[in-house]
Design a protein around this ligand. Sequence first.
Ligand code: SF4
Length: 703
Amino acid sequence: MTTITRSTCCYCGVGCGVLIESEGEQIVGVSGDPAHPANWGRLCTKGLSLAKSVQSPIGRAMYPELRTSRSEARQRVDWDSALDAVADRFAGIIEEHGPDSVAFYVSGQLLTEDYYVFNKLAKGLIGTNNIDTNSRLCMSSAVTAYKMALGADGPPTCYEDLELAQTLLFAGSNMAYAHPVLFRRLEAAKAANPDIKWIVIDPRRTDTAAMADLHLQIQPGTDVALFHGMLHHILWEGLADTAFIEVHTSGFAELKARVRQYTPKMVAELCGVLEADLLQAAEWFGRSPAALSLYCMGLNQSSHGTDKNLALINLHLATGQIGKPGSGPFSLTGQHNAMGGREVGGMATMLAAHRDIANPQHRAEVAQFWGVDAVSGKPGLPAVAMFDAIKAGQIKAVWIVCTNPAHSLPDLPNVRQALEMAEFVVVQDAFAHTDTTAFADVLLPASSWGEKEGTVTNSERRISRVRAAVQPLGEAKSDSWIALQVAQRMGARLKPEHPGLFFFDSPEAIFNEHRALTVGRDLDIGGLSYALLEASPQQWPYPQGASTGQARRYSNGVFATDSGRAKFTAVDYLPVAEPTNSRFPFHLLTGRLRDQWHGMSRTGRLPQLFAHSPEPSLEMNPVDAERRNLKVGDLLRISSKRGSLILPLALSADLVSGCVFTAMHWSGQFLNSSGSNEIASSATDDKSFQPELKHAAVRIEKV
Ligand code: SF4
């Protein structure tokens, strides 16, 4: 008999609803949920292939493993032995070196409930804020800019705006590959109304750019200058919404003075685009009845990603293009639950329900709610700094959950050294053979998608249920169960006076505690419950008494800042952290493939998902290749200051001369190196701490 289970796709931030078909303990099909408002039944190739990729035992972590010395291989052990070992070793290190001698590195692939338990374990039980996440590599610049400009994290927009926008500005987003189901909605809207204008800002002519009315193929990292150049034209041509600026914003005079110097002529030259094209973009944006910007890693993964986000939000505030149907800045979340992680405060700089570690009142509220003496006011270490601290011996034990930092962090030689230096490494993952599991002293097998229960929040702030259709493979357990087991063991030793801290008997009980912490906050979900979410996914805020979530924020012109006014920020253009020079003359750009996901631990199992892009390559403009006498298929060594990797050459006229491109998915499982991040720069944004994964200066030689 076939059973249908409603759930949510585990890949990108679109958050498509799916129907899982199972027969006994076998998932036999996955189709789009026609009732889910994120996708109305559509799925992309990754979602459609879930049934085939999800249950294969090949490569899955099936049982706990432990080694007692680095010279030994890990051995299979029972759960109690593994959990006791983790709890004992963590507690011992904390007792000897203090709470900040341990760290957690978690993931936007976790469910909100998993995230909540790990966050409480670190900040409530242990008393360290050293918990960060791969969302630091993904959305932290967007988060920082939202908070600075609008007063709170989270996009003000919703998916309905995709069809209502008259001008779409894509910035650093190849949405055709990274958010394909939403892209189909945009294509349909444009087919129905050809007057809708698409402007794409990207150094590459991606599939998204190929469909644009106007492609601004800028030099890497020049986005702030471009946005200021557009704003200059908007202001000096009288296209700004002066009434909106007057009533609803602050900081305009300083911004106006700043953008005065960003003349379209100067900016066009700096960005490498035609001045006429820049002016056209400004005209379309400034005169549009509804302008929506869609942006992603091209803005965020930058050493000045927050400034790029702020400069884009400035454009919306100056034209009043926010809080109205079809308009607003819309950051597209990379992972399926990067938003949920932010909601529970699962980062080194945040506390539960969008509270801040730096705010004493927020710390007191959370401590009181949890019933602990205090929450530490010492900021935790964000991802890149965390691994530097491990390498320096400052952090002695790290617990890595549902992510593969030995593939996804920049400057991988440094990351590998850190993991070798750590006294104790715990890796909790559904997959046994990632680049990171090689460093694990303890491997904790986690259940995978289709085997676990909880919730996720997608790019439009919509919370959906993720549901189990089958039992976990082997001895795998859910991430929250594993965290709770260790927390209870550590709690008995470190905080015996608080025996009830981790008394959760189900994911629903965890959700309910998280919900209680949101009451009165900007993301208040006091009116939500598992029962309600079973019936239909809902957007936050959804306070008690509400009958629906809020589709669009700030529609009344009141922002989440103390003054209620949105803030312009007069940022300045700064170049990429690592400019090219005679030794490293190429700009290396990175990005996604259409049919692969992250380190390919799931999508890399399916031959059909390699049809679109069968092997890794380095793409180069044909003119650059000819100048160097290089031919398609030549093996090239690509070197940065940090290391090198070898890839075959592919030619692409989609890149301007001086830029090369490789996809970020390929890792040690598929290459004889750990992929593009072997050579990526670990320079970070000084406000968001997000690394510049999108750009490095490299040298290219024929092998
Ligand atoms: Fe999954 Fe994203 Fe594809 Fe939807 S668009 S099916 S959420 S990968």
